[in-house]
Design a protein around this ligand. Structure first.
Ligand SMILES: *[C@@H]1O[C@H](CO)[C@@H](O)[C@H](O)[C@H]1NC(C)=O
Length: 250
């Protein structure tokens, strides 16, 4: 008795559902056609929506990636032999790991190369940031010991263009490199008060620091050489040789 009641109740429910469906579809044929069109439309809309969301995610992801991941740094090491008069010939014959070395980190954006030169373990050289602005054709040395900036026109016969510089660092990553040393003698000429003339990148690097312009000593016409000069040097490379830049305050 109980079973039968239960079954009939179920059957009624099922029937009720079917019945509802039938009542809803007054004209089954047109309804099905209409449903087909609307579902295609809905499908297209959904796809379009998904495409928008995906585009948003990709663009957003790219922006997040660009702004929140550290910039790509290229690491390079060079060993060099001192080709000074006081250098010992035996020095050259030694394996590279006995030679003084320079480590650098390079970062390139657009037309600007920023080189981080840490303090070397041996030898006298200041740690520095060196910025080459290929657009403005200027080089700035930010000496991290003196906390001041020194600016000079970019010397394109010493500094490789950005792409070549990158290639050089890629080469350096695959092994040690042995090279020679070039001396550069620069003299501070004047203080720069308006950094905005030096372009965005140097302005950013040097803002809040004492900033000076320099010239090559050989380009100075009248050299009033002081008996005691206040000099410092930075060893670095941005070509296949190492440059030791000696900067003197005249
Ligand atoms: C660039 O540097 C090289 C090597 O130090 C030097 O001989 C040359 O005169 C420099 N050129 C300019 C324009 O300063």
């Amino acid at each position: 008795m109980v079973k039968i009641t239960f079954n009939s109740a179920l059957a009624q429910k099922a029937l009720g559902k079917e019945g509802d469906g039938l009542v809803g579809d007054k004209d089954p044929e047109t309804a099905s056609v209409y449903n087909g069109e609307s579902s295609t439309g809905r499908c297209l809309l959904t796809l379009l929506g998904l495409a928008f969301i995906l585009t948003g995610l990709i663009v957003g992801g790219a922006c997040v990636y660009r702004y929140f991941t550290p910039k790509k740094l290229y690491h390079g090491t060079m060993h060099f032999t001192e080709l000074d008069s006081d250098s010992v010939p035996m020095y050259v014959a030694r394996p590279p790991y006995y030679l003084p070395r320079i480590d650098e980190e390079l970062e390139i954006h657009d037309n600007v190369a920023i080189i981080n030169v840490p303090k070397p373990r041996f030898g006298e050289s200041d740690p520095a940031y060196i910025l080459h602005d290929f657009q403005r054709k200027l080089t700035a040395y930010l000496d991290l010991t003196l906390r001041s900036c020194y600016v000079i026109p970019l010397n394109t016969s010493v500094v490789m263009p950005p792409q070549d510089l990158l290639d050089l660092f890629v080469q350096l990553m695959s092994g040690s490199y042995k090279t020679y040393l070039v001396h550069e003698d620069l003299v501070v000429t004047e203080r720069v008060d308006d950094l905005s003339k030096l372009g965005y990148y140097i302005n950013t690097l040097c803002s809040g620091r004492d900033t000076y312009r320099m010239q090559r000593r050989s380009d100075l016409i009248s050299i009033q050489k002081r008996s005691v000069e206040d000099c410092f040097s930075i060893r670095h490379f941005e070509n296949k040789f190492v440059t030791i830049t000696k900067i003197c305050k005249a």
